[in-house]
Design a protein around this ligand. Sequence first.
Ligand code: IPD
Ligand code: CA
Ligand code: CA
Length: 254
Amino acid sequence: MSDAKVILELALGIAHQAGKLLMDRPASWNLTEKSTAIDFATQMDTASEKLIVDAILAARPHDGIIGEEGASREGTSGLTWIIDPIDGTVNYFYGLPGWNISIAVKDETGVLVGVVHAPSITSTWHAVRGEGAYLNEIRLECNNPVLLNQALIATGFAYEIKDRAHQIEIVDHLIPMIRDIRRIGAAATDLCCVATGMVDGYIETGLKEWDLAAGELIAREAGAIVTTQMWRGLELTICAGPVLHERLSREIPA
Ligand code: IPD
Ligand code: CA
Ligand code: CA
């Protein structure tokens, strides 16, 4: 087995362990406010990150780690794990499906391995750089070419209220031109839905490294283009098959 495959198997195993923990929903909640009053973590975000970090360090003590809930560790091996222990915490808290555990591993070239495990919808996506993207064991190809007027576009909204006005401007501009909008509630799932052809494209601003790392590799390995560029002082991410990506990029209001 190649080194990347060994790391993939480890990441898949750890993501499944975290998934098992999270599927056992707590009887009561302990919420911690984060960047704004609407941005919070539950005790399960912390517990999931601890499980993932402990499992990584037990197997690979020399790797670096970046986790949304605070894990931060310089490694010496050249590999760094990027963890979102629950992507879609709001969905998880309300009992809505689609939340996921997102685990990526990067080397000096970029993201090497990505795993997005969404047990509430029995879906596990994975990719190794250069070796294609998979949902469970099915190889993926994103939808392409897709015309703008037939495009189903996923999006999300930032926890920063002032940023939402800009995001609404994009939605307001696009909605008369496209098939419809979906707000799934978890960025990594959105990216994987593009990879799978469950939506045609995805647009969001303000994504963090742990939102993007695994899902971006999976979308790219399924043939999608993923770009992040500055727009109105925000980092705007656009993910879609090549034809729709080019069209969406031209349609973003100046
Ligand atoms: C959030 C979700 C949401 C997206 C936000 C993310 P979190 O991640 O992915 O769909 O709109 O931008 O921050 O906070 O649930 O891990
Ligand atoms: Ca997230
Ligand atoms: Ca999270």
